[in-house]
Design a binder for this molecule. Structure first.
Ligand code: SF4
Length: 483
């Protein structure tokens, strides 16, 4: 097989190849190094370089020649900082920012916030890894705390992952200042500043970095790879990927761990069962921020999901207004979806909370709706019959409060994907925007206690005061008596 390893898999400049056509390579061998901001690239295979061009290094590799997963050329370097840099680590949640640069910071006793929100629907590889290897992630957090001079490590994870939360909480109890913060199940909770806001209660400006709040926000898989780089001296050669959609054997998500970089989308889809008949598009990434891709595209350090969709709904040339969200598809992606739905874009509106920062939209307060009625009216006034939105859970709910009343047919950019996998379309907000933290009362428990009838008795023999709650939530509390 011939594998295409891109020389740019990160934010920054493309790497410079250190190999040429005809060279033999081994698993873990450096094949391209940074020329400025960037991260080194390593061969995931034993094989031979077939070709090198400005975009990629092509490696011929035979399955029979591949070593076991734990065999590779180990990294050289002594300190965690050296090893993280040497490993070619980048933000593996999709951002691709070089981790060595991100972690070259003094947090003055602040926070390492592990982003375990896995906010994009259908992606499951982060929670899946956490369920099996939470201990490795704790090791990664300890390394990062020391490296960045942070005194706290916090796993930010959605409360709905009850088993994984229990596992993490039990492990954290044995550690100094590593804890769990529960997130609500709404989109977007994984945006960096949303994580800072939810955990630390500080709302940063769109131009601020988490370091302004003495925090580093780091994705689960990046923490995994930090631990592997420092403890196992393992370079980044593989990626964890979720694959879902119109596949033979069912539309559910399959998780593949340690997929060699350069594996094609088509090969991974085949491993997941293969495409089931006619399809609409293949998306690389999640339903909100993913982009269309092709079967021959290679898996990179930032690939999180591969989703095969059913064919698109046909809007038969309807006039469509787009409503852009900073945390959804950009204008090009939304136009692409409208075109695939056979709609004609007549009007483009942007959520008023989406600030344009150097050509990229960033939300001023992710997931908290500023109101969308005016935007819907603008789209109606432009003569549209349909509105295609990419909004967060809260704003979608608001759109649903006005657009249908204006006679607009509402479509969400995630509809085709959700329809494919049988997931309810995103329309109304059905879950709470806040969740109790571990040990706190739930809203139901608080309401039950408010309406309780208490019966207080004193048992002289056991010296305890018994408070028996006769109605509401049925619990009994025992308090020691003070004489
Ligand atoms: S408030 Fe607006 S920009 Fe922010 S996440 Fe919601 S729709 Fe997107």
């Amino acid at each position: 097989m011939k594998y295409k390893i891109l020389v740019k898999q990160h934010i920054g400049a493309p790497c410079a190849p250190t190999v040429k056509a005809g060279d033999k390579v081994e698993r873990g061998m450096l094949i391209a190094e940074p020329t400025g901001l960037g991260a080194a690239i390593f061969s995931p295979f034993n094989g031979k370089v077939a070709d090198v061009d400005e975009n990629a290094i092509y490696i011929e590799a035979k399955e029979a020649d591949q070593p076991k997963e734990d065999k590779y050329i180990p990294l050289e370097g002594e300190t965690p900082a050296d090893l993280i840099k040497a490993a070619g680590l980048v933000g593996m949640g999709g951002a691709g920012f070089p981790t060595a640069v991100k972690c070259n910071v003094d947090l003055h006793g602040g926070y390492i916030l592990v982003n375990a929100a896995e906010c994009e629907p259908l992606l499951e590889h982060n929670i899946g890894y956490l369920a099996e290897h939470a201990d490795k992630l704790i090791e990664g957090v300890k390394i990062l705390k020391k490296l960045c001079n942070a005194s706290h490590g916090v796993f930010a994870i959605k409360a709905k992952h009850e088993e994984e939360v229990k596992t993490l909480a039990a492990l954290c109890e044995k550690e100094d200042n590593i804890s769990v913060h529960l997130l609500p199940d709404i989109y977007p909770m994984g945006e960096e500043r949303a994580v800072v806001r939810e955990v630390l209660g500080k709302l940063l400006e769109p131009t601020d970095l988490p370091s302004k709040a003495d925090a580093v926000v780091i994705n689960v898989e990046t923490v995994q790879r930090v631990a592997e780089a420092v403890i196992d001296k393992r370079p980044v050669m593989t990626k964890n990927v979720s694959v879902a959609g119109k596949l033979k054997g069912g539309t559910h998500t399959r998780v593949f761990y340690d997929v060699p970089l350069g594996t094609t989308v088509g090969e991974l889809i085949e491993r997941a069962g293969g495409i089931d008949g006619e399809y609409g598009e293949i998306v690389m990434g999640g339903p909100f921020t993913g982009k269309p891709t092709t079967l021959d595209a290679p898996i990179t350090k930032t690939t999180g999901g591969i989703i095969v969709t059913k064919p698109f709904e046909d809007l038969k040339g309807a006039k469509v207004g787009l409503l852009l969200c900073a945390c959804g598809g950009n204008e090009a992606r939304m136009r692409d979806i409208a075109e695939k739905m056979n709609g004609v874009v007549e009007c483009v509106q942007t959520c008023k909370q989406a600030a344009d920062i150097k050509g990229t939209l960033k939300c001023e307060n992710p997931g908290n709706c500023p109101g969308q009625a005016q935007k819907c009216m603008n789209i109606k006034k432009a003569g549209c019959t349909d509105i295609l939105i990419g909004n967060c859970s809260d704003c979608t709910n608001t759109v649903m409060g006005s657009a249908p009343k204006l006679g607009l047919n509402v479509h969400h950019q995630t509809d085709t994907i959700f329809d494919t996998v049988g997931k309810e379309r995103m329309r109304y907000l059905t879950t709470s925007k806040s969740v109790p933290q571990l040990g706190e009362q739930t809203e139901e428990e608080a309401a039950a206690l408010e309406n309780c009838v208490y019966e207080v008795t004193q048992d002289v023999e056991d010296g305890m005061l018994h408070i028996d709650i006769k109605s509401g939530k049925n619990i009994e509390i025992e308090l020691p008596l003070f004489q």
